[in-house]
Design a protein around this ligand. Structure first.
Ligand SMILES: [Zn+2]
Length: 129
């Protein structure tokens, strides 16, 4: 399997992505959300903020103004392009429980991400997705 191979998933209904480099190590490095008004992508600083936004997106859609000092007139932080692998999260996915860490691992064939939760004691749990 060629590790440089890239997959791009794009589904218009989903607004959340986690961006990652193709190599090395299949882990997340950028969190982003799409404004529902102007459709620009905004970088989300932390996994915690990202999960907060994601968990409430159905009642409280993400817009540029939610990022400090941003508005829809500002250029987008990121372009949805093929230089990175974009992984779409399901809107409304609940927040990771306190003390737990959510980890995503991209399958070797880049077909999908598998989500794991790491418990406070370090135990790894698979989710049913
Ligand atoms: Zn906007």
């Amino acid at each position: 399997m060629d590790e440089d191979q890239q997959t791009q998933e794009s589904t218009t209904n989903n607004k959340f992505v986690q961006k990652k480099p193709a190599t090395p190590g299949r882990s997340i490095d950028i969190y982003a959300a799409q404004c529902e008004k102007c459709f620009k992508w905004r970088k989300i600083d932390t996994q915690e903020d990202y999960e907060e936004i994601r968990s409430r997106v159905q009642e409280d859609p993400f817009v540029c103004e939610k990022n400090d000092g941003m508005s829809c007139r500002d250029a987008g932080d990121l372009d949805y392009d093929s230089t990175r692998t974009w992984v779409i999260d399901k809107p409304g996915l609940p927040r990771t429980p306190r003390g737990f860490k959510r980890a995503l691992v991209l399958r070797k064939d880049y077909s999908k991400m598998d989500a794991y939760y790491i418990s406070p004691t370090g135990k790894k749990m698979r989710t049913q997705q």
